[in-house]
Write a protein that binds this ligand. Structure first.
Ligand SMILES: [Cu+2]
Length: 397
């Protein structure tokens, strides 16, 4: 309401200012030109302003590139990433080139051919040759760009199943992620939101033998240089799995399975060691240190030292705690990956344990939730928030 009132007051002030300026104009001597038609002086002012505006645009563009290019992502950490980046840079480069020339010419001509009393505009009906040139050049350029884009797209999106990719399900719910590895058989067990009950948080079908060896985790570990095929599933609303460092993004849609495959090429350790990341981490920690001084002065707990980890983000505004929806990704050597995997409990063993827990009333945990399910990111969203059973189905609506 206050904002609305402020807007009205500002609008009224603007009208008042305009009216006052008109009164001043009327009260001026009769030697002044009070005509509403632009004269040579007006045209000259507008011509110069047109030129000044395009110079301002170019200066601010150069400034933004100079100042904000540090926010570019580092070199892509996946095999297809460089193809993707090249496509983007070629498209942007071309657009920038055309934009700078046409915008510059537009404003320059507005300045050069500004109105003059003594000059008369030339009547020039048409020129077939010129029209042909300015039609055919954009047609060829755009067709080339689209074909190039289509080839890149199909290169990135077509997953070669012969390469034996590691199959992982990425499961999204308000507001967190889970990863489900397909286990020894590299085949995911069937799952449905209707099977969600107790520790079976992802609704894996217990009667499907493929699901027994599936491994559900809160972190996404990936072996370097091995193709990975992700299958995305959502429990509730539309989410989007965004892997910025791997140049990948896929919508996660309730009621259907979407997929995307890529091959990670740079381990977390290698990325941390890169010059780009060292600079980045250093500057983040400088900001944190400054902040810590202020926090210490207020007697509040300080921030931890920042260390780089890959992450998966949600890129669809899916609800209140959407901002908090991220999962750590670790890219590591095959041996490290296998060692980590060996420590994770399978879905079958988790279910067995939970049924034993129910039989034993002395179990203090009570909820029978395995540890891997309890450690939730940032501790903000506890597992209780995940809808269960029939409620989950209802929450989709
Ligand atoms: Cu989300």
């Amino acid at each position: 309401m206050t904002v609305f009132l402020v807007i009205i007051v500002l609008a009224l002030l603007a009208v008042t200012g305009w009216q006052i300026s008109k009164i001043f104009q009327l009260s001026k001597g009769s030697d002044e030109d009070t005509s509403q038609v632009a004269n040579d002086k007006d045209n000259r002012t507008h011509g110069i302003l047109m030129l000044a505006f395009v110079i301002f645009l170019y200066v601010i563009t150069i400034f933004c590139f100079w100042e904000y290019s540090k926010f570019y992502l580092p070199e892509a950490a996946s095999e297809h990433g460089s193809e993707y980046d090249t496509l983007m840079f070629v498209s942007i480069g071309l657009i920038m080139f055309v934009q700078i020339i046409t915008q510059g010419l537009l404003h320059y001509f507005a300045f050069k051919y500004k109105g003059k009393k003594t000059q008369k505009a030339l009547f020039y009906a048409d020129n077939d040759k010129l029209e042909f040139i300015w039609t055919i050049i954009p047609v060829i350029t755009l067709a080339g760009l689209i074909i190039y884009g289509l080839f890149t797209w199909s290169d990135i999106m077509n997953i070669n199943e012969d390469e034996d990719p590691l199959v992982i399900e990425v499961y999204a719910y308000q507001f967190d992620w889970r990863a489900r590895y397909s286990g020894e058989d590299n085949t995911l067990g069937k799952a449905n939101v209707r099977f969600i009950e107790g520790v079976n948080q992802l609704g894996v079908d217990e009667s499907d033998s493929y699901g027994k060896d599936d491994v559900i985790t809160t972190e996404l570990h990936l072996p370097v240089d091995r193709p990975v095929l992700f299958k995305f599933r959502s429990q509730d609303v539309l989410h989007s799995a965004y892997f910025p460092f791997f140049r990948a993004q896929m919508n996660v849609v309730p009621g259907m399975i979407t997929q995307f495959g890529f091959t990670p090429t740079i381990t977390s350790e290698e990325m941390r060691e890169s010059e780009y990341m060292r600079d980045k981490v250093k500057s983040v920690n400088e900001v944190r240190n400054e902040r810590n001084e202020a926090l210490r002065a207020q007697g509040e707990p300080t921030l931890d030292e920042y260390e780089f980890e890959y992450f998966l983000l949600c890129n669809k505004i899916c609800g209140q705690a959407h901002y908090n929806m991220q999962m750590k990704i670790v890219v590591e050597s095959e041996e490290d990956f296998n060692a980590w995997m060996a420590e994770q409990p399978t879905f079958g063993s988790t279910m067995e344990e939970s049924s034993q827990d129910v039989d034993r009333p002395e179990d203090t945990a009570g909820d029978g939730t395995p540890e891997s399910m309890q450690e939730d990111s940032e501790g903000e969203m506890e597992t209780e928030n995940a809808p269960e059973g029939e409620n989950a189905v209802a929450s989709v609506e």
